[in-house]
Design a protein around this ligand. Structure first.
Ligand code: GTP
Ligand code: MG
Length: 442
């Protein structure tokens, strides 16, 4: 269709026409209901509150059943999110209910809210990935996005802990938060009243956005605005049944009396159930999709480089964005490749220089050793020469002594009478001795 045709088409005035008889499209709402009922619903609740605050008991009380529970230890090394999904049926409506427990939250100082935020984001991411697929199957996709976070406040009667404020602040743009004061039977009526006011004023002064029951639908506007004023709900949970009058009711029994869970003058449990399940369940699901998921999706797509309009306020083309991103990516890849190549060359050069230096050092060492060796050799040679000379001198003296000896022997044999005397004289002569040993002289 040409652009001018499109403009004319969109500018065309709408006219009201009356029908001549019954056509049937008034059954559209019924068709919708029937389709939704066949498809079933999913609802996901995140319970955040310190260990043993009464999360599981409240869930059991809310849905009037017994969900699987296992007590959390106070010594968990980190906060862990534990989702459990149940198929529930009421009349002909099927509900896939997921209850997610933030196990270990608030136990020790290092237990922070990050794993909770990450879990919520992961569910959004999974949905986004499904949406971005070419072959999407959102119709039978198990939507695990968190529709509501029940934030369990410890009934100290004092004020909110900083961990509560920080956590709620981090979560408020990602999930619908309904704050509830747990174990409200452990705090007196007047203290509870003051505590509720304190909690709300702290939430407001810290800019924490909690979920407001919607007042735009006339049918529920009144009840919702009344209930908004009752927040945070002070609840009591119990799986125990106690006989009150001739009726069995869920209650907590104490030596001084019975706290009835469903008695509105005892606690706000009924208000919470009405608001969460009977009146606003669909709004919570819708808010999750249209507000929180939308925000996540927008940020994610913008991060990826997608925009609705370009700087000249012209609609942004997906193809152009893709091309720009592709070019950016390739450019970045090339830059990285060049960087790595340069790094490699530098490394090789460095190693080469190091090796050369080592070679030079080795060579120097070799030359030095060679010089020492030659010096030693020269000294040894000299020593040898000296010794040889000494040996020659010694031999010469030895020969002289031997000659003298033989001469004296000859003389003795010729003059036998003078033999003994001469012999004595010869050996007592210092000159003879010195000739014989050679060393005496030196
Ligand atoms: P973890 O899952 O282990 O963190 O505990 P939890 O928060 O699920 O608490 P759970 O429901 O297991 O309750 C812990 C204890 O608190 C049990 O002994 C409950 O009976 C008790 N309890 C639960 N709700 C209430 C309540 O409203 N008032 C009082 N006084 N005690 C409660
Ligand atoms: Mg529990």
């Amino acid at each position: 269709m040409a652009a001018t045709d499109l403009e004319r088409f969109s500018n065309e005035e709408k006219r009201n026409l009356s029908l001549g008889g019954h056509v049937g499209f008034d059954s559209l709402p019924d068709q919708l209901v029937s389709k939704s009922v066949t498809q079933g619903f999913s609802f996901n609740i995140l319970c955040v509150g310190e260990t043993g605050i009464g999360k599981s008991t409240l869930m059991n009380t809310l849905f009037n059943t017994t969900f699987e529970t296992e007590e959390a230890s106070h010594y968990e090394s980190a906060v862990r999110l534990r989702p459990r999904t149940y198929d529930l049926q009421e009349s002909n409506v099927h509900l896939k209910l997921t209850i997610v427990d933030a196990v270990g939250f608030g136990d020790q100082i290092n237990k922070d809210e990050r794993p909770i935020v990450e879990y919520i984001d992961t569910q959004f991411e999974n949905y986004l990935q499904e949406e971005l697929k070419i072959r999407r199957s959102l119709f039978n996709y198990h939507d695990t996005r968190i529709h509501v976070c029940l934030y369990f406040i410890t009934p100290t009667g004092h004020s909110l802990k900083s961990l509560d404020l920080v956590t709620m602040k981090k979560l408020d743009s990602k999930v619908n938060i309904i704050p509830i004061i747990a174990k409200a039977d452990t705090i007196s009526k007047s203290e509870l009243h003051k505590f509720k006011i304190k909690v709300m004023s702290e939430l407001v002064s810290n800019g924490v956005q909690i979920y407001q029951f919607p007042t735009d639908d006339e049918a529920v506007a009144e009840i919702n605005s009344v209930m908004n004023a009752h927040l945070p709900f002070a609840v009591v949970g119990s799986t125990e049944e106690v006989k009150v009058g001739n009726k069995l009711v869920r209650a907590r029994q104490y030596p001084w009396g019975v706290v009835q869970v469903e008695n509105e003058s005892h606690c706000d449990f009924v208000k919470l159930r009405e608001m969460l399940i009977r009146v606003n369940m669909e709004d919570l699901r819708e808010q999750t999709h249209t507000r929180h998921y939308e925000l996540y999706r927008r940020c994610k797509l913008e991060e990826m480089g997608f925009k609705d309009t370009d700087p000249d306020s012209q609609p942004f083309s997906l193809q152009e964005t893709y091309e720009t991103k592709r070019k950016e990516f390739l450019g970045e890849l090339q830059r990285k490749e060049e960087e790595m190549r340069q790094m490699f060359v530098n490394k090789v050069k460095e190693t080469e220089a190091e090796l050369k230096e080592k070679e030079r050092e080795l060579h120097e060492k070799f030359e030095h050793l060679k010089r020492i060796h030659q010096e030693e050799k020269r000294k040894v040679e000299e020593k040898r020469r000296e010794l040889e000379e000494e040996m020659n001198a010694f031999n010469r003296r030895k020969v002289a002594v031997e000659t003298l000896q033989s001469q004296s022997l000859q003389a003795t044999s010729q003059q036998p009478l003078k033999k003994d005397k001469d012999k004595k004289n010869f050996f007592s002569l210092p000159s003879a001795c010195s000739i014989a040993t050679g060393r005496y002289v030196n």
